[in-house]
Design a protein around this ligand. Structure first.
Ligand code: GMT
Length: 376
């Protein structure tokens, strides 16, 4: 198939997932065209089946206080579909991509071609952004007009049906993990550098948005740090980072918390970690938790959204209510209680991660695309 992929080319989960999916499909012989405003973060290498088309929103025209990105993207979609004879468009993150794809499909139809589009809902496009009255009517319309709609967890599917007037089926295709990249390699030299006295290593990876509750990560760490020698690695960047740095100073933890910013090789840091913390207020899936589990790192998390579909309470880690930092700290201590306990959690985390192997999920997307093409 020849497939156009639209996504946010940033470090966020939806962009990562879209890029990995596109690359996986390209490896299986499909021709993949990424159509975005910047080269996606994980699209670093040449592949004969992968194309990249940059969208220029014409932002430098003096009249535009806000660049008309949607119009530019719709025009680019029309251009790429026509010039590369694409069979299908797959847009990740409904806002605004589903509405733009609808517009492109209309334009193409007026020029004699029907090109279906699949929308994948990722989470905040529904739970935070999409439900905002500024977007809701357009997004509801565009989801209903999609030729196919997928959600990354059962919980997100349910949230979408509960909160929007959706009159079409939504297929759940879970997020996935590439075990060629995410696996626990021996990184003893890293471990010695980070925790020279054998301290426990806790880790959190996110975009430091309020929804991630990174301050809870620090409060949890404080409780643990008072009980056992430990280090915390904070990976990623975003609006809450400054506040979190202040908090770690106020709590006297500067020496033992390392803010590492955005990292390309997250798996190398996960490979030295003992427990992953994810206390989010909302999370449709928790791809970062799955990446940790693939590297045999148990997860202590909140129990919101799709997280319990990934992190199984008492098995692969623990889940609790949002903001229950004392309980989350207790759960970390339970995991770290003995070498046997940690080993058990590690093994089960890996077993659970194996259910989300990319090799099993890509064929599900292929089958779904085929169904959409057959029906349109
Ligand atoms: O986590 C974010 O805020 C980024 C966001 C995104 O779209 O990039 O992540 C969402 O999509 C990921 C990939 O499907 C999911 O793993 C995350 O759980 C989801 N985030 C939220 O629902 C908050």
């Amino acid at each position: 198939m020849k497939i156009g992929v639209v996504c946010y080319p940033t470090y966020g989960g939806s962009g990562v997932l879209a890029t990995e999916l596109g690359l996986g499909l390209a490896r299986r012989g499909h021709e993949i065209h990424f159509i975005t405003y910047r080269r996606p973060a994980r699209l670093g290498f040449f592949h004969e089946n992968v194309f990249y088309h940059e969208v220029d929103s014409g932002a430098d025209y003096p009249l535009f206080e806000y660049a008309p990105y949607e119009t530019a993207l719709a025009s680019k979609l029309v251009d790429v579909v026509e010039n590369y004879a694409l069979d299908l468009l797959h847009v990740h993150y409904a806002v605004p991509h589903a509405a733009v794809a609808y517009m492109a499909r209309k334009i193409l139809l007026s020029r004699g071609r029907y090109v279906p589009f699949v929308t994948t809902l990722h989470g905040t496009d529904i739970t935070l952004v999409g439900s905002n009255p500024a977007f809701a009517p357009t997004i509801t319309f565009a989801i209903n007009k999609s030729d196919g709609v997928t959600a990354v967890s059962e919980s997100l599917r349910k949230d979408t049906l509960d909160n929007f007037e959706i009159c079409r089926p939504i297929e759940v295709i879970y997020n996935f993990i590439d075990f060629k990249r995410f696996r626990r390699d021996n990184k003893e030299h890293f471990k010695r550098a980070i925790a020279p006295n054998g301290e426990h290593i806790l880790i959190h990876v996110s975009n430091f948005r309020p929804v991630k509750r990174v301050d809870d990560v620090i409060y949890i760490f404080k409780i643990i740090h008072d009980q056992t020698p430990s280090k915390l690695l904070l990976i990623g960047d975003g609006p809450e980072r400054g506040k979190c740095e202040d908090l770690s100073r106020r709590l006297g933890l500067t020496k033992d918390i390392r803010f590492l910013g955005k990292q390309d090789a997250v798996e190398e840091l996960l490979a030295v970690a003992d427990v992953f913390l994810l206390p989010s207020a909302s999370e449709s899936f928790g791809l970062a938790a799955l990446e940790a589990m693939a590297c045999e790192v148990p997860v202590v998390s909140s129990n919101v959204g799709g997280i319990p579909e990934v992190n199984i309470d008492g098995q692969t880690g623990f889940t609790s209510g949002v903001g229950m930092v004392d309980k989350m700290a207790e759960d970390v201590m339970k995991i770290l209680d003995s070498k046997e306990s940690l080993r058990g959690f590690r093994t089960r985390a890996l077993e659970q991660a194996a259910r989300f192997d990319i090799e099993a999920m890509i064929p599900k997307y292929e089958a779904y695309y085929q169904k959409v093409l057959d029906e349109s």
